[in-house]
Design a protein around this ligand. Structure first.
Ligand SMILES: NC(=O)c1ccc[n+]([C@@H]2O[C@H](COP(=O)([O-])OP(=O)(O)OC[C@H]3O[C@@H](n4cnc5c(N)ncnc54)[C@H](OP(=O)(O)O)[C@@H]3O)[C@@H](O)[C@H]2O)c1
Length: 243
């Protein structure tokens, strides 16, 4: 039996979100799992999760999705915000200043920073209850300003840094409004998904996690999390990352 009775996974169509949903279902949790196009989310439906339509670039769809969840349950034990964007067709991580394109930056910010903020805006009332509640957002170590030594990837780095500020600021507000809620940003490590696929050549041996292992490591942190985790940015091995 898990302490997680009701969970919401945002961005569960593939990659880490799909595997996190699968593992939560395996533990007996009821999972509301979002996909942009539910009619095409066959692997997700096969997990037994309740598939909900949500596009983080569209606030109305976030509001509709959360309203649907609220009809089914008045509380959530866990919200995992997994949806994120590194590359998509013409949008590729910039190697140098000359590659920077405003429309690509704007989209990265819409998905990676505005998305988690809007989801928090709509979902926070469901985290106000007497049991432990976790709102965990998948960020990335490259979003750390203090840790940035390599440069490059302007849009992804800057939008993940903005996401981190969103997490920290939501943590401050929810400390007052949802006293049992633990809000944190998590770095999953480099994981073998479509997001990392074009960049795996440079990953040292043993540093590319299978998605099953990465999801297990993230859920272990969520399980362990107590009040001391609130407002922190943590890596897959549960060490803190500088903001
Ligand atoms: N993989 C890594 O090595 C790695 C490393 C560090 C951090 N992360 C972070 O971990 C998270 C998950 O990454 P992943 O590797 O699982 O990526 P992925 O395989 O590319 O999956 C991305 C997920 O985000 C969803 N998504 C993208 N845009 C969306 C939007 N506008 N609205 C709703 N959902 C949207 C996708 O849905 P569709 O299927 O509909 O596109 C998909 O489910 C991301 O936030 C990423 O930044 C990953």
């Amino acid at each position: 039996m898990t302490w997680i009775r009701d969970a919401l996974v945002v961005g569960a169509n593939r990659g880490l979100g799909l595997e996190l949903t699968r593992q939560l279902r395996g533990r007996g949790a009821r999972v509301f799992a979002t996909a942009r196009v539910p009619s095409e989310a066959n692997a997700l439906a096969a997990t037994g999760a309740e598939v909900v339509a949500l596009d983080v670039e569209d606030e109305a769809s976030i509001a509709r999705a959360v309203a649907g969840v609220r009809e089914a349950t008045s509380t959530l034990d866990l919200v995992l915000h997994v949806a994120g964007l590194l590359h998509d067709g013409e949008l590729q991580p910039e190697k140098k200043l000359d590659d920077v394109a405003p429309e690509h930056l704007a989209r990265s910010f819409r998905v990676n920073a505005t998305g988690p903020l809007l989801v928090a805006k709509h979902v926070h009332p469901l985290l106000r209850h007497e049991r432990k509640a976790v709102l965990a957002t998948l960020s990335a170590r490259v979003g750390s300003i203090g840790d940035n030594r390599l440069g490059g990837w302007y849009g992804y780095r800057a939008s993940k840094a903005a996401q981190n500020m969103v997490v920290r600021t939501v943590a401050v507000e929810l400390a007052r409004k949802a006293k049992n809620a633990i809000v944190m940003a998590l770095h999953p490590g480099t994981v073998d998904t479509g997001l990392s696929a074009p960049f795996q050549r440079n990953v040292p041996p043993g540093k590319l996690f299978e998605v099953e292992r990465a999801a297990r490591q993230l859920l272990a942190i969520v399980d362990r999390a107590d009040a001391s985790y609130h407002g922190t940015f943590r890596a897959w091995d549960d060490t803190e990352i500088p903001w």
